[in-house]
Design a protein around this ligand. Structure first.
Ligand SMILES: Cc1ncc(COP(=O)(O)O)c(C=O)c1O
Length: 385
């Protein structure tokens, strides 16, 4: 028999839509895929070459569980320079992607019976990872413009509440938390002795003057209660390489490394060398990608807002549009399913993120693909009457 733990996990809807879309494509159907949560750019050449070099130089053995010392140093240096927060390399643990880092965090910070706070709409895996730690997710809703009501958040806190997950810029809403919002959240967390889990995987993707601020940079006190999770996946278009990391107080880092010792040991040595080059090499590819996404963002959102019964806020970060389709009268699952079957266009239903009135579309696609998909969706929305 399968364990209760494994049975309690819901399959990832985002991954399942993406794989259906990929399957249809393989079968020769002309699918436009807005479901993917990954940049459509190739991994930059210098990063790929660093991996080739690592293979040729036989960097193919186990590394320390928490990652190669040089990489941990480079991550600490990046956090200091780019995020204004200083960590010792011993406080960094490199894992097999951001998802793995977050899984480790939940396992290390939560006890069975604890509560973890999530802001809706939330990224799917937080919810399952909290449950996998035997804890209970508690959801706080945001308003139309994805603003958090601090008093609402306060009302959810009980003696069981252990942590709060932040994701700024956010997937799926593209919300970017301001300094004052972060400050109110941090004050609340300190007042109640909560851990702040800050998932900063979309930090590079901010537009139109928005700024990413790491909550750990607010003060030493806040930093002492924060665990940062980040990854190379999105920033450097390295989703398949599987390198993520945490930055945290040493006690937490040591616990994460102990857990990882018995789970995966080190992440792939070759991918770690590629990640080192990503941090040390030129950053122009990141800048070019963000500029391209900014143009696509504006194109997609303006096309969405021209459609019947669709209403889309301009996302300020990440690479997703999250329009409301509530006025169509369809649930997000019905809408996404029909859009894929009737218009061969893949999107993710908002229910996967706790918001049934919305759908998520990734604009990490070429402008031609965006135009094609938007034409299809426009026709589909008109056909709904
Ligand atoms: C909000 C968020 N956090 C973390 C991740 C995990 O990224 P990785 O591919 O590094 O595991 C993703 C990927 O989709 C994400 O959207």
């Amino acid at each position: 028999m399968i364990s209760e733990r494994a049975q309690s996990i819901s399959p990832s809807l985002t991954l399942s839509i993406t794989s259906t879309a990929k399957r249809l494509k393989r079968e020769g159907r002309d699918v436009v895929n807005f479901g993917a949560g990954e940049p459509d750019f190739p991994t930059p050449e210098n990063i790929k070459m660093a991996a080739v070099k690592a293979i040729n130089e036989n960097i193919t053995y186990y590394t320390p569980t928490a990652g190669i010392e040089e990489l941990r140093q480079a991550i600490a240096e990046k956090l200091r320079r780019y995020n204004g927060v200083s960590y010792d390399p011993s406080e960094i643990v490199v894992s097999c992607g951001g998802k793995h880092s977050l899984y480790n965090i939940m396992q290390v910070l939560l006890n069975p019976g604890d509560d973890g706070l999530l802001i809706t709409p939330y990224w799917v895996s937080y919810l399952e990872q909290i449950k996998l730690a035997g804890a209970q997710p508690r959801l706080v809703q945001t308003d139309e413009e994805n603003r958090i009501d601090i008093e609402e958040l306060r009302r959810l806190i009980t003696e069981k509440t252990r942590l709060l997950v932040l994701n700024s810029p956010s997937n799926p809403a593209g919300a970017v938390l301001s300094h004052s919002e972060l400050k109110s959240i941090a004050d609340l967390a300190l007042e109640h002795g909560l851990w702040i889990v800050s998932d900063e995987v979309y930090e590079a993707f901010v537009y139109n003057g928005s700024k990413h601020i790491s909550i750990a940079s607010l003060s030493e006190e806040v930093k002492a209660r924060t665990v940062i999770s980040n990854a190379f996946s999105k920033t450097y278009s390295m989703t398949g390489w599987r390198i993520g990391y945490t930055a945290s107080p040493r006690e937490v880092a040591e616990a994460i490394a102990r857990l990882q010792d018995h789970m995966t040991s080190n992440p792939t040595s070759i991918a770690q060398m590629a990640a080192l080059e990503a941090l040390k090499g030129p950053q122009t590819s990141v800048k070019n990608m963000v500029e391209a996404f900014d143009k696509r963002r504006r194109l997609m959102v303006s096309r969405l807002n021209e459609m019947k019964n669709v209403d889309c806020h301009m996302p300020r970060g990440a690479f997703y549009a999250f329009p409301s389709i509530q006025s169509t009268g369809l649930s997000s699952m019905q809408f996404s399913d029909r859009l894929l079957r009737e218009a061969l266009t893949a999107v993710v239903p908002g229910i996967a993120f706790g918001r049934d009135g919305n759908i998520r579309l990734s604009y990490a696609a070429s402008t031609e693909e965006i135009e094609r998909g938007m034409d299809r969706m426009e026709r589909f929305c008109r056909s709904l009457g």
